[in-house]
Design a protein around this ligand. Sequence first.
Ligand code: 5CA
Ligand code: ZN
Length: 405
Amino acid sequence: MQAWSPPAIPPVTRPLPDLNLFDTSTGSVRATTPGPTARMYVCGITPYDATHIGHAATYVAFDLVHRYWLAAGHAVDYVQNVTDVDDPLLERAQRDGIDWRDLAAEQIQLFRSDMTALRVVPPTHYVGAVEAVGEVVEAVDKLLASGAAYRVDDDAYPDVYFDIRTTGHFGYASGYDEPTMLRLAAERGGDPSRPGKRQLLDPLLWRLARPGEPSWEAPIGRGRPGWHIECAAIAVNRLGPQIDVQGGGSDLIFPHHECSAAHAEAWTGRHPFAGHYVHAGMMELDGEKMSKSLGNLAFVSTLVAGGADPAAIRVALLASHYRSDRPWSDDLLARAATRLARWRAAAARPGAAPDAEMTTFVAALADDLDTPRALSVLDAWAEDGSLAGAQMARTVDALLGVDLA
Ligand code: 5CA
Ligand code: ZN
């Protein structure tokens, strides 16, 4: 499907150090070492309710990875999905008496306008689950043929499941112990208590058609995709068997990224699926994770309609480190707007080249996207009236996506 329009990105002329990122699978900050073309997959939205500032925070965090690699001279192959058929979307459409396809289309359009307002560089491939059903069917077929997938012991609905023992590596991406995995699987769309599976944690690959549910004709039986195979198929078919970064919010560490990686590895025979498993912390509102199911939400579109500068929203999202769970508040946005105004006043100024400041700014970003440190370098640069503006403003625009003009 169509992504959104790209923002202009000024060129960065200085050589950049390797980008280091925290990798969940090893629990350490390590250098990313992409080839000429970096490959990144970031899990996209499930379009059943307006995209909120938590989603925006996650996509802005990965936008910094995207922008850094571009500025470092890599081409970037970036794939993002849209889970445009899944239980929460179908349940919401049913509750509200609307067609699930109309609900999805409306929410995807809102997401596109939020991403455009926030100057997030669009993915190279933006792919809906519905568009990828054929790819999922092929992948499930191969997993069945190799013995990595099996039919659950259920006469009415012998759905297809994945045997987590297949790769010999299940659990490495999250590093969680079994009780934690069982608890999270139950909370996040899994079905550990379904009878007839080989292991409680085996995830669904293909759900056979139930009355009233959308389904597609397939040699493996009419049905619809499981969640994790959707991302594995979309990623492997566009980026190949191994990628540099698999990304998303920390709520996707388990079961989603663990299972997607296991599916991809069982299918392609290559391990590890991703060089880095990168996870953004959760935005909170009123002391709890912002989430569609809790309803404690702040929206980019509402903030912008109320007069907020999208660049100030970006600065507010970058004020704390991307990996920390962090609160959203009006006060945070107001402080970001004040900072932004100071930087903008400095951007037009003549003066000495801010070489040391530029080096520290870039070094902070290269160190696991340490934006709190990078932003404090900008505060000091703006404060020091002797330093020139234009070059710093271009670098900030290219790497942070914040336009100081
Ligand atoms: N479609 C799936 C991924 S394949 C999904 O998780 N969709 S979502 O709409 O629920 O979330 C989209 C992205 O936003 C995911 O990366 C998720 O981890 C992230 N996210 C959700 N809530 C928050 C939050 N409160 N703060 C930060 N990121 C969040
Ligand atoms: Zn995903």
